[in-house]
Design a protein around this ligand. Structure first.
Ligand code: DHB
Ligand code: FE
Length: 282
């Protein structure tokens, strides 16, 4: 059977990808952030999954406001890297895992999550930056196949944090019922506190972020109990991306061990955080 081997929560700030693509990771501005990833990267490199399930949101690159599914799952065998206006990132194409996708869609449907299917999808920074956080030098190919799981965090009303946590639980069950030997990593992306527009643009709330980094390990139920308004008030209009970390957390077993965490302000206009958990199994 398939199993979850680790879970990575990480911000997906586009400029983190741009810093890597433009060889600026040793610059004074960026070095502290990238140094913070190093221990996690070393640990993950020694534990390569067969498939990464990446929970992320599209930023109006592939999913416009004409049609906004609350949850969606990629089912393709290949995902093109999106052109977000500056050309496609110079990273490898993303190879899918359609057999696993098909299984996950069916299991989630049977578990009463009515999930949209993306049979064709260009993946934006929300997905490719976390892959780069995991694997900075992929060469010609990413080290694993990828299944994108999309969450609407853009258009009100976003799914509740509690619903995201429940989706994660269902996702974990679905992964563990896949009848093939497969090591799976789960990525929860986005956050931490940030607001890109409006009167509160530039908002950072380190106290909330620090609380969230602790609680995602020890008290996910407390984070699941917060309303979407709580997230937006405390973490900013884009800080609500943090609900996607709860999908990852829900997919992990009850027994986990924190491997590493890092927190750095700012990356662009955002508080950047990452937390890595080993799944110790049932
Ligand atoms: C920024 C952060 C994001 O999470 C995002 O999706 C886009 C931009 C930023 O801080 O610039
Ligand atoms: Fe984002």
């Amino acid at each position: 059977m398939a199993r979850v081997i680790w879970g990575l929560a990480t911000s997906h700030v586009p400029s983190i990808g741009a810093a890597m693509d433009n060889h600026k990771t040793s610059d004074e501005y960026w070095k502290p952030l990238f140094d913070g990833y190093e221990p996690a990267r070393k640990w993950m490199a020694a534990r390569r999954p067969d498939v990464a399930i990446v929970i992320y949101n599209d930023h109006a690159n592939a999913v416009g406001l004409d049609l906004v599914p609350a949850f969606g799952l990629g089912t393709a065998d290949f995902y093109e890297v999106a052109d977000e206006g500056w050309g496609r990132r110079p990273v490898p194409p993303v190879i899918g895992a359609p057999e696993l996708s098909e299984h996950l869609v069916r299991e989630l449907m049977d578990d009463e999550f009515d999930i949209a299917t993306f049979n064709r999808l260009d993946v934006d920074h929300g997905l490719t930056v976390p892959l780069s956080v995991y694997c900075p030098d992929p060469g010609d190919a990413w080290p694993c196949a990828v299944v994108p799981l999309l969450v609407n965090v853009i258009q009100y009303p976003q799914p509740t944090a509690a619903r995201c946590y429940a989706l994660g639980k269902a996702l974990g069950r679905a992964i563990r019922s896949f009848p093939r030997e497969l090591d799976v990593a789960v990525f929860g992306t986005g956050g931490m506190s940030h607001q890109l527009a409006g009167a509160r643009a530039g908002l950072i709330n380190s106290e909330f972020d620090r609380m969230f980094l602790r609680a995602i390990e020890t008290e996910p139920e407390k984070l699941a109990a917060l309303s979407r308004e709580d997230y937006i008030r405390q973490a900013g209009t884009e800080g609500i991306e943090l609900i996607m970390w709860l999908v990852m957390r829900g997919a992990l077993s009850d027994k986990i061990a924190r491997v590493h965490e890092t927190y750095h302000v700012p990356a662009s206009n955002t508080a950047a955080g990452a937390a890595l958990f080993e799944d110790l199994g049932e």
